[in-house]
Design a protein around this ligand. Structure first.
Ligand code: UGA
Length: 373
């Protein structure tokens, strides 16, 4: 392995997603990393392709026709970073096979290859492996005892609902992948880091429906799309679910700290998130309306319509929600010498300003139409 604090070679799988594209921006700016990236599309990294800093392979990591190439890239790399995943809840119960294949079956050979080559694997898992909190199963939802809701990577049990609730197809596939990595570590000395992201938010997350793609993205892109297109923000099951919102920039700082501090980070499972940024989804909707009003200068956004929907209406049958994702990061802060810094208002302001800059004209026209309904 070359000196990880000097130059280094990274193989990044799923490089054109939200996290991969931000990681790439930072690595290119830093200038001391050689990068090979794989993805099925190049949309979010187009400005870096063919610029000499990145060798880009537009293939699926699951395609057996490119298995030898993948093996060569693993042999070349100092680190393998696996970001390839389907991570959109609207697909977990409508496309459970795709969800399970992408998040486990298509990826297990990456773990085998890393283990065979003895190369450290940074695998992006999910905060969703925790499932629901213990508190949510107790009468009266007992959130007054931190041990019943606070999520700690070393002690918290992983609680999923019944098999028929296919929402958990994703979390269980991700959990089995974590267990496979851990087994390879124990039996075959695979060096690894498992990162559990807690709702990373920022520009380029998912896609804006109707403007950049079709279907149902995650909540940030759903609310943004609704604001930009003059449609009501759909609030699922009263908007009581709570999430801790993490700036993508704080998340990338943590990822780079993993690479810079292998002596502390290797062979650990890390919660990466910002416990200071907890919101319910109804609070998120109100905050996004207010910030859209500030960014656009159009006070009408403060009263942008909300529409209450049930999860069965929004996601179809088989959806079950994670009630709360409050995390403990004390171990992660010490290991990585890292602390998330960006408050949720600032995260939302940056993201809303980015999309308003891209689609503002459309937004003005359609918001007026929406307000008139
Ligand atoms: C998703 C993934 O499943 C996780 O693996 C991932 O870690 C996480 O995103 C993430 O971004 O880090 P989740 O937070 O449940 O998990 O996904 P969202 O679609 O962003 O939903 C968050 C909450 O907003 C849920 O309660 C959902 O019902 C609600 N929601 C979503 C709405 O109220 N309205 C919408 O238009 C969309």
């Amino acid at each position: 392995m070359s000196s990880l604090k000097g130059s280094r070679r990274l193989l990044i799988l799923g490089i054109s997603g939200f996290i991969g594209s931000h990681l790439l921006d930072r690595l290119v700016a830093d200038g001391r990393t050689e990068i090979v990236g794989w993805d099925l599309n190049r949309d979010k990294i187009a400005s870096h392709v063919d610029q000499g800093k990145l060798v880009f392979r537009q293939h699926s990591v699951a395609d057996p026709a490119f298995r030898n190439q993948l093996q060569e890239d693993v042999a070349w790399a100092d680190w393998i970073i696996n970001l390839s995943a389907v991570c959109n809840p609207s697909q977990y119960n409508t496309e459970p096979l795709l969800t399970i294949y992408t998040n486990f079956i298509d990826g297990y050979h990456i773990v085998e290859m890393a283990a065979d080559a003895g190369k450290p694997l940074v695998h992006f898992s999910t905060s969703e492996v925790y499932g629901r909190t213990i508190a949510s199963y107790l009468p009266g939802n007992q959130y007054d005892v931190p041990a019943l809701y606070e999520l700690d990577a070393e002690r918290t049990p992983l609680l999923m609902g019944p098999t028929q609730n296919q929402r958990w197809s994703y979390a269980t596939a991700k959990q089995l992948m974590e267990r496979l990595i851990y087994a390879y570590h124990k039996e075959r000395n695979l060096p690894f880091v498992i990162i559990r992201p807690f709702n990373f938010f920022g520009p380029r997350m998912d896609y804006i429906r109707g403007l950049e793609g079709e279907g149902k993205p995650r909540v940030l892109a759903c609310f943004l799309g609704a604001l930009l297109l003059g449609e009501p923000l759909e609030i699922v099951d009263g908007g009581h679910a709570r999430r801790t919102i993490t700036s993508i920039h704080d998340a990338i700082d943590a990822t780079l700290a993993v690479l810079d501090r292998p002596e502390h980070a290797l062979n650990t499972i890390l919660n990466i998130g910002n416990p200071a940024n907890e919101l319910s989804m109804i609070e998120l909707a109100h905050m996004m309306r207010d910030i859209m009003a500030e960014v656009s200068g159009d006070a009408g956004y403060r009263h942008h319509p909300l529409l209450q929907v049930t999860s069965a209406q929004f996601y179809g049958p088989g959806y079950e929600d994670c009630d709360r994702r409050m995390l403990d990061i004390s171990r992660e802060q010490a290991l990585l010498d890292w602390t998330p810094k960006i408050p949720v208002r600032e995260v939302l302001r940056e993201t809303i300003a980015y999309y308003y800059g891209l689609y503002g004209k459309t937004a003005h026209r359609t918001a007026a139409a929406g307000a008139a309904e």
